[in-house]
Design a protein around this ligand. Structure first.
Ligand code: 1GP
Length: 234
């Protein structure tokens, strides 16, 4: 059975262990009504800064999941683990190589009842994740749909993450991608800076991920929660 801990999530705040967040801001995010906290980042994650952030989030009751992009950051105690693979990376290690090495060395330690694969489609060429993974982010809509369907229909990955990190994406593309999925849940993240964009993303995606604005404009970040959770798909 594929774990289902994330299936009801509509709104998620993504926190980066490598960035500072004060206690008051963390409390506001955790008590905002968001469905979960997702811990992850493209650079600077360590076991220690991840443990520290998890222990601070654990003062609150909401679920907390980790994007496990490096086995050395495999901190136990999260409610769920997403293992990212970058569909449009030019380097096979980001699609399968790192994963095989991690399972060879650490697979026996993983809590499989709470681990799911997460297929990333990276569509902002200027983002850190595009740079780190050498993603071919300047593809057309037809290719974006096709990559998504490889993950969804051929590989049966349960989460497809359309990642525009740092820029607000084309919601028409997100809608098209979602319409072409058979089983995967569509996470959208990138450039949501307040309730208006959050509402647009909520209309196009299943789960809306809000990251950077938590650090730059907490009030705007908090307003995204209601904007997303007040929107219901037909
Ligand atoms: C990043 O998709 C998330 O991985 C959120 O993006 O930081 O641009 O909100 P932003």
């Amino acid at each position: 059975m594929v774990p289902s801990f994330y299936k009801g999530w509509r709104h998620v705040f993504k926190l980066d262990p490598d960035r500072e967040i004060g206690d008051a801001a963390l409390e506001a995010a955790c008590l905002s009504g968001t469905d979960a906290i997702l811990v992850g980042g493209s650079t600077g994650l360590t076991f220690d800064n991840t443990v520290e952030l998890l222990s601070r989030i654990r003062r609150y009751e909401l679920p907390c999941a980790l994007e496990l992009s490096d086995p050395s950051v495999g901190v136990p105690g999260f409610d769920g683990y997403f293992v990212p693979m970058v569909l449009n990376s030019a380097r096979p290690e980001w699609i399968i190589g790192h994963h095989a090495a991690a399972l060879r060395d650490y697979g026996h330690l993983l809590p499989w009842e709470s681990v799911v694969g997460e297929a990333y489609l990276v569509l902002n060429p200027a983002s850190d994740v595009a740079r780190v993974t050498e993603a071919r982010a300047d593809i057309g809509a037809g290719d974006a749909v096709a990559f998504s369907q490889v993950a969804d229909r051929l590989w049966n990955v349960p989460v497809l993450y359309v990642e525009y990190s740092g820029a607000f994406g084309d919601m028409e593309w997100v809608r098209r991608i979602r319409a072409g999925l058979r089983q995967a849940r569509l996470f959208y993240g990138g450039g949501i800076d307040g309730p208006d964009k959050a509402r647009e993303a909520a209309e196009a995606a299943d789960t809306v991920v809000v990251g950077n604005v938590i650090y730059s404009d907490l009030q705007a970040a908090l307003e995204t929660v209601h904007a997303v959770k007040g929107f219901h798909h037909q």
